[in-house]
Design a protein. Structure first.
Length: 420
């Protein structure tokens, strides 16, 4: 540098692509705990894990729905074929079941814990990498299968640490039956469904009023996406639009089954719930939690999707957004995250290497430092470890950072076990 040159500015940290973020150790640990709890619930209901590749052929994914796949990260292989980073897990799992499990007698119960990738919409703060855990029940039609999926969703969220999950259920079939029964032309009904999926209730009402309907169904059609409730709502719809009575009866059976599953109080009908994935054909599901302004889980019935990959099969499932579930679980805690029951062992890298090995064999995590390293308590505080230990004469001094107590002991593993 020559005289007069400006001092170089400190290096800026490298930026991440839009929608991307790093996950730090504590959050990663908590996410893994949530994943483990969800896996245990899925397995308890007889679901088996599957894994699909991150890369899929764009042509295969586009086959899943009218108008193609939509937003996706696209790239090319060496032969010039278009690939996509999977923006969705339901489509690849359906492809897998239709191709690799075509001869399975069914119903097929599978789950996944994986990532999907979707470009964020311009100007919106949306993640591009979506950590998800979900289940698919393929080959089981009717309200009993819908009730199983909903009960498993509620139980899974509770097992992950969410105290009072609330699940809302809409129904594509019911909306279609009401509109058809009220005499709404199909091209208008399609515009109304699109408006509801985009949460544009003003557009829905404008379309409904332009129809000039008369009779008791008029108000019902105008207010349909705003309607919430339970059996009393179904009774009203069946009374005012008799052509929708069969769909109301089916949903009523599902609500009865949910009561028998023991989770009826967590599930409510909300006819404004419509997903932006056109393959949904029956119930449509969203789950919410206090402290998080977006659905922490979504799903529904998609009976027509498997046929696009070779074998028609009814199907229902859901996907849990792990990052959003994690935020909800953390938000409801009354106290900070608990300390992890590991020990920072000063001297565990050299003088007390054998002691560190023995403590690990006893099932206690050990973070080793060199003899004389002064950073024991600081490291424990930064990473959330409960204990700090260092040799003092022929014994060890154990510092329990949760209580502030210091104790002398000869066996670290036994002392830590007694405080667990």
């Amino acid at each position: 540098m020559t005289p007069g040159d400006a001092e170089p500015s400190p290096a800026e940290p490298p930026a991440l692509p839009a929608g991307s973020r790093d996950v730090l150790p504590v959050e990663a640990s908590e996410l893994r705990e949530i994943e483990a709890a969800l896996r245990d619930r899925f397995l308890a209901w007889g679901y088996r894990e599957v894994m699909t590749p991150v890369l899929e052929f764009a042509a295969v994914m586009d086959r899943a729905q009218e108008g193609g796949l939509g937003r996706a990260f696209r790239l090319f292989d060496e032969s010039g074929r278009v690939l996509v980073l999977r923006p969705d897990l339901t489509i690849p799992v359906t492809r897998l079941i239709a191709g690799r499990l075509a001869d399975h007698p069914g119903p097929v119960r599978v789950f996944y814990v994986a990532r999907a990738f979707r470009p964020p919409r311009p100007g919106r703060a949306q993640p591009s990498e979506l950590r998800q855990a979900g289940v698919e029940l393929v080959g089981a039609p009717g309200p009993a299968a819908d009730a199983e999926a909903l009960a498993l969703l509620v139980e899974s969220l509770q097992a992950a640490g969410l105290a009072e999950p609330q699940v809302t259920v809409g129904d594509v079939w019911l909306i279609a039956a009401v509109l058809a029964g009220a005499g709404v032309p199909e091209e208008v009904a399609a515009r109304m469904r699109r408006a509801a999926a985009e949460r544009d209730l003003v557009e829905w009402r404008a379309e409904a009023r332009a129809l000039g309907l008369s009779g008791t169904a008029t108000t019902l059609v105008e207010d349909l996406p705003r309607l919430r409730g339970g059996r009393e709502l179904l009774a009203r719809i069946a009374r005012e639009v008799p052509d929708a009575a069969e769909e109301c009866e089916r949903l009523g059976v599902m609500l009865d089954l949910l009561d028998r599953h023991g989770i009826g109080g967590a599930v409510h009908l909300d006819l404004g719930v419509l997903r932006d994935r056109p393959y949904y054909s029956g119930i449509v599901v969203e789950a919410y939690a206090p402290g998080v302004g977006v659905p922490i889980a979504a799903g529904g019935r998609y009976d027509g999707l498997a046929a696009r990959f070779g074998r028609p099969r009814p199907a229902v499932g859901f996907a849990i957004a792990l990052d959003d579930l994690h935020r909800a679980v953390v938000a409801q805690r009354a106290e900070p995250s608990r300390l992890r029951p590991g020990v920072v062992l000063v001297g565990g890298m050299d003088d007390d290497l054998e002691v560190a090995r023995a403590v690990r064999r006893a099932g206690v995590p050990v973070v080793a430092l060199e003899r004389g390293d002064p950073s024991g308590e600081g490291l424990a505080a930064a990473d959330g470890w409960r204990f700090v230990a260092r040799r003092s004469g022929g014994e060890f001094e154990l510092h329990d950072t949760a209580t502030g107590e210091r104790a002398a002991c000869r066996s670290l593993a036994e002392e830590i076990a007694s405080r667990a």
